[in-house]
Design a protein around this ligand. Sequence first.
Ligand SMILES: [Zn+2]
Length: 188
Amino acid sequence: MSTTSKSSVIPRGVDALKACTQSATYEGIIMPEDLPRLAAAVVSIQREMTGKVRFFRDESNYRMVTGELDVLVAVQCQRCLSALDYELHAEMDLAIVVSEGQLENLPKEFEGWLLDENASADLYEAIEEELLLALPIVSYHEKMDCSAQGQYSTGDFEEPVVEKKNPFAVLGDLKLADKADSSDKESE
Ligand SMILES: [Zn+2]
């Protein structure tokens, strides 16, 4: 099923500016142990991340990096507190800048990725950031799979309705009936 053993590993250190000039594409995997911040944020990373990252210059000559990232993680169900698998998908779309000035001058719709002077980029750090942002805030099993099923009523398990008779209400009814009867008699 898995073909990941044949996949190449996405490099961590990339000469981002050169990569943009060369329109470089990196496709492959990142091992779970290379994503420690993600590992800390989930129950576990179930298998290696697969992704495709593309560097290029856009039509306005901005240096860009885009990517599609996928990784199967286990997260905690907030209902039963046990783990469930979650297909984490993130998309990357960053403009590469090498100074604060460039960062400030980016069009509003762009998200900047500020690199240091030598423009060596830690691609894993940027990828990990995107994956962390894509994590769901809360996760739940499907109702059928959740071991907390039934503990939290969602309306599916209705309490049997016990009809309680209010003795005073019954009394009231009788009184009214009496009155009605007597008034009937009086009017006769
Ligand atoms: Zn659950």
